[in-house]
Design a binder for this molecule. Structure first.
Ligand code: DC
Length: 212
């Protein structure tokens, strides 16, 4: 039986984990899944349909009805949707509903790829605890907030640093303190602090870890 090789990349918002994970996937010719998109799609669906999070039903239904192929043309990268995703991700039944898709992607990657790179918050701890490589990416929160402001401004979105920093702090706290699958490095993760690293340097260090 051929088993897929798995790289699990977890970490905080705007730590650089998404860029890193997709570069690793490209380099290794592995399939890539940004699992945050699944939670963002659930958050988007709740907001778009005018629902609220005070009852959990709308988010749970959205997770159950999620069709990955419907996500392609929707911009899910806004701060508002990031916040909604983080709230949706704290609902145990939402997480439970999304587990099977992620596990299947990891064990049987699409397009006959021999491996998969998944990035998120609980890949190394819950989705793929036996991953071949685990990387936990983090950076100082002020640096992350500055990166997010830059990214938003480059996309033509008005972004105020103090507000982005506040949102990020709120999101970190929620993601790290929820009752189910809280964001934390797996015990056997390689921790990569990107505070003083650009994308190329972070990639080089991650490749060293993978090849060692
Ligand atoms: O990585 P991101 O910013 O796109 O993720 C959006 C939110 O989704 C994040 O604040 C927490 C949640 N998330 C999660 O709980 N577990 C994952 N594996 C991925 C994302």
């Amino acid at each position: 039986m051929i088993t897929s090789s798995i790289v699990a990349v977890d970490g905080t918002a705007a730590s650089g984990k998404g860029t890193l994970a997709s570069r690793i996937a490209q380099h290794l010719n592995f399939a890539y899944l940004d699992t945050g998109i699944l939670y963002r799609a659930v958050g988007y669906s709740v907001i778009k349909n005018g629902h609220k999070f005070d009852t959990q039903t709308a988010a749970i239904d959205a997770a159950r009805e999620l069709k990955i192929e419907n996500l392609k043309n929707i911009d899910l990268r806004s701060e508002e949707i990031g916040r909604a995703a983080s709230i949706a991700a704290s609902i145990p039944l939402v997480r439970k509903t999304l587990i099977a898709f992620q596990k299947k992607f990891a064990s049987a990657p699409p397009n006959e790829k021999l491996g998969a790179v998944l990035d998120g918050r609980d890949i190394g701890t819950v989705i793929c605890p036996d991953a071949d490589w685990k990387i936990y990416v983090d950076a100082d929160i002020c640096v992350r907030a500055r990166r997010r402001v830059k990214e938003l401004r480059e996309r033509g979105v008005d972004a105020i640093y103090s507000r982005i920093l506040r949102n990020m702090r709120e999101r970190d706290t929620r993601d790290m303190s929820r009752s189910i699958s809280p964001l934390a490095p797996a015990k056997d993760a390689f921790v990569l602090d990107t505070t003083f690293l650009d994308a190329d340097s972070a990639f080089a260090i991650a490749l060293d870890y993978i090849s060692s």
